[in-house]
Each structure stands twice: as C-alpha cells, then as structure tokens.
Design a protein around this ligand. Structure first.
Ligand code: ATP
Length: 237
C-alpha cells in the first residue's frame, strides 16, 4: 500500500535561515506519526511546507502517491490534507455548531455537511453538549477539540495537528490524545506535532525527533521511549 505522505530530502530556507536541511519522513495509511522536537527545530516549517503555505527550496512532498511539492494550499485541502494550526484559532463569538459549519466550507452539499457534523458530535460528544455555546466560552481543551472537530468536517485523509496539547492540563491532554486515537482508528492518518513527547508517544505508532532542521532519531514509539537520548531530552525522570 502506498504511503499517505512521503517527504524526501526537504530543504526550506527563510532568507539566510536554514529551517529544514534535508528532512525525510513518511506517514502510512491510518497511522499516527509523531513529530517531536524543541522550539525552533523545524516542526511548524515541515507542516507548513506539506500544507503548501511554506515554499520548499528542494526535496519533495508526495501525498497519496502524487507529487504535491509546492502545490497550492487549497488544492491540498481538496485532496484531504488538513492542518490544524497551533493555537486553535476558533471563532470565539460563533457557537460550536457554527464553528463546525465553517469547517464545511469546501463541502458544497449542505446535507453532507449536516451528516459530517453529526459524525463529529459522535466522535466528540462534549461538543454536542455545548453546540449552542460560544466558542470563546469553552475551556482550552474543549476549544482544541472544536478545532479538531472543525477539521474533521472536511473528511481529511491526512490530518496534521500542530501542538494540540499546548497549554492544556494533563487530564485534558489525555482526552485530546484519546480523540486522536479514535480518528486514527476511523482510518485517517495523523501527523502529530508535539513538544509533549510523553503524550504523543502514547498514541503514535512511530515518531521522528527533529533537531535544527533534520531528523536526528526515528523509530517506533517503543524504540523512542527506550532511547536514552529521548528520555534525557524529552521524557525526563
Ligand atoms: P516552534 O514550536 O517554536 O514553532 P518549530 O520546531 O515549529 O518550533 P519552526 O517554527 O519550523 O520550528 O522554525 C524553524 C527555524 O526557522 C527556526 O530557527 C525559526 O527561527 C526559523 N523561522 C521560522 N519561521 C521563520 C520566518 N518566517 N522567517 C525567518 N525564520 C523563521
């Protein structure tokens, strides 16, 4: 089976800053892969390049067997490559339900949107309970779930989550990771960008550690958890 995503020898420069120096990674079908690394390692640049908002200098991005290097963001969205950026960015004055409806802007069939919203409510019952509440009044964890739920309306084939655990209490982190697990089980591949390695490696089957624009360590979640370098830098005592 072809991989959902193949990134090969990706190089990205911002002027003189070499953000990615030949990065390669793959995401298989219905797999959660974690991208770990400290601030400035190049995680956001990687996702930005895959979603077409950052230009690749060289190297390639292949999605569903098709070369999509430097493709337009809207064409990538249409292919089912959906990015939930860091910081949630939900509409705080709109209700939960309206936020979800906006997630369907690429879906022209109103009935299909309603069906997808129903599916998202099944996946995220907390959102169903709060459907008429304004987005801005939700807790941080609920807002993150809304951002993920909104992305799910577009029926992604590859969902890229940028630091979904950021700023959340441990219990909420666990709940968000449960959602990620359910999404993968439903057949959507997930690229999970996280600084919280402990949480990410609980749901991911494999992972990559980025440092200064290259992959320094890669392996199964078990291998990464057992790697002394990962333990020292990301898992602690
Ligand atoms: P963070 O978690 O802080 O976002 P990151 O791992 O996602 O970190 P990137 O944001 O991809 O890292 O940044 C990689 C490198 O590129 C860093 O050295 C950063 O300072 C630099 N960089 C990122 N965006 C730009 C930009 N627009 N202009 C110049 N340099 C940038």
């Amino acid at each position: 089976m072809t991989n959902v995503l193949e990134v090969k020898d990706l190089v990205v420069n911002y002027g003189k800053v070499e953000a990615l120096k030949g990065l390669s990674l793959t995401v298989g079908a219905a797999e959660t892969v974690s991208l770990l690394g400290n601030n400035g390692a190049g995680k956001s640049t990687t996702v930005g390049t895959i979603s077409g908002v950052v230009r690749a200098g060289s190297g390639s991005v292949t999605a569903f067997g098709k070369d999509v290097t430097n493709a337009k963001p809207w064409d990538l969205v249409e292919m089912g490559i959906i990015h939930v950026p860091e910081g949630r960015r939900i509409f705080s004055r709109l209700t939960v339900h309206e936020n979800l409806q906006i997630g369907g802007y690429t879906v022209t069939d109103g009935k299909a949107i309603d069906t997808r919203i129903k599916e998202v409510y099944e996946l995220l019952p907390r959102l169903a309970e709060r459907r008429n509440q304004q987005g801005g009044t939700l807790s941080g964890g609920e807002q993150q779930m809304l951002a993920i739920g909104r992305a799910m309306i577009a029926a992604p084939r590859l969902l890229m989550l940028d630091e979904p655990s950021m700023g959340l209490a441990p219990l909420m982190v666990a709940q968000v990771m449960d959602v990620v697990r359910s999404i993968t089980e439903q057949g959507t591949a997930v690229l999970l960008i996280e600084q919280n390695a402990r949480a990410a490696l609980k749901v991911a089957s494999r992972g990559y550690v980025l440092d200064s624009g290259t992959v320094t360590i890669e392996g199964s979640a078990d291998e990464l958890r057992a790697d002394p370098r990962v333990v020292e830098a990301y898992l602690g005592a």
